[in-house]
Ligand binder design. Structure first.
Ligand code: HXC
Length: 257
């Protein structure tokens, strides 16, 4: 399939999606959202794809939602089109998605990175929610996901002042899982995604679902949800294969069923 705003490649069992609007620092317009959701949706249901890496350019993962596309909109335009609602489709996909962030991840770019399952950052990465400088506030989940990721004090600091956070501070505060040299960020994310894609896909999808439940439910309910998912794994061929391989001291050969 041909897209105008993203590049889509396959590396073995990993799908690599590159945001590709370099002249606008990968500003996220409606067309980019639609293409991204279409590309990941196809991978979600493809048994040959076990994980996705989402990246941008060396200079910018994404510098935000597209300000020029929003500038002239009125309240009723925003409300009637339910602006940004489509990003929820991205967060509902079950396949694991790793964000590889180099350069700017600002506003909607930071929010998109946070919608991924974890973030590997280049040492040149800059994260921020600078919407306050535009006379608005985060609109793609930033006030919620950043607060859950880094806590209230730092989230308030970032969102109220609009200041940027470097990669070191982002790792220290738990926003990103690892910092690597900027030149290696896509390669490192691909390696992590290859590891994930080598596991049982249903196990990885349910594990993602279980971790996400930690953000949406209380502890007791989350633990019950996890246990039900765990029980359900015993209906899979991959559970039989994984445990047999351990007992037989060999590598498992998962069929993703
Ligand atoms: C549309 C954008 C853009 C954006 C950059 N561009 N960010 N276009 N939407 N979010 C465009 C510029 O207009 C410019 O186009 C080109 O990309 C290069 O950007 P420059 O500013 O010339 O680059 P530089 O001087 O290197 O500065 C980089 C930057 C700056 C610091 C990242 O671009 C910047 O501050 N961008 C906006 C960051 C931001 O506020 N993001 C939050 C957006 S709001 P031309 O045509 O001039 O070459 C958001 C959520 C909104 O994401 C939610 C509430 C509704």
């Amino acid at each position: 399939e041909n897209f105008d705003n993203i590049l889509v490649e396959r590396r073995g069992r990993v799908g690599l999606i590159t945001l590709n609007r370099p002249k606008a620092l990968n500003a996220l317009n409606k067309a980019t959202l639609d293409e991204l959701v279409a590309a990941v949706t196809a991978m979600d249901s493809d048994p040959e794809v076990g994980a996705v890496v989402l990246t941008g350019s060396a200079k910018a993962f994404a510098a935000g939602a597209d300000i020029k596309e929003m500038q002239s909109q009125g309240y009723m335009d925003m409300y009637a089109s339910d602006w940004f609602r489509g990003w929820e489709d991205f967060t509902r996909l079950r396949i694991p998605v790793v964000a590889a962030v180099s350069g700017f991840a600002l506003g909607g770019g930071c929010e998109l990175a946070m919608m991924c399952d974890f973030i590997i950052a280049g040492d040149n990465a800059k994260f921020g929610q600078p919407e306050i400088n535009l006379g608005v506030l985060p609109g793609m989940g930033g006030s919620q996901r950043l607060t859950r990721a880094v806590g209230k004090s730092k989230a308030m600091d970032m969102i109220l002042t609009g200041r940027l956070m470097d990669a070191e501070e982002a790792e220290r505060s738990g926003l990103v899982s690892r910092v690597v040299p900027a030149a290696d960020v896509v390669e490192e994310a691909l390696k992590a995604a290859e590891v994930i894609a080598s596991k049982s896909k249903p196990a990885a999808m349910m594990a993602k679902e279980a971790v996400n439940a930690a953000f949406e439910t209380g502890l007791a309910q989350g633990v019950v949800f996890e246990r039900r998912l765990f029980h359900s794994m015993f209906a899979t061929a991959d559970q039989k294969e994984g445990m047999a391989a351990f007992a037989e001291k060999r590598q498992p050969d998962f069929t993703h069923r």
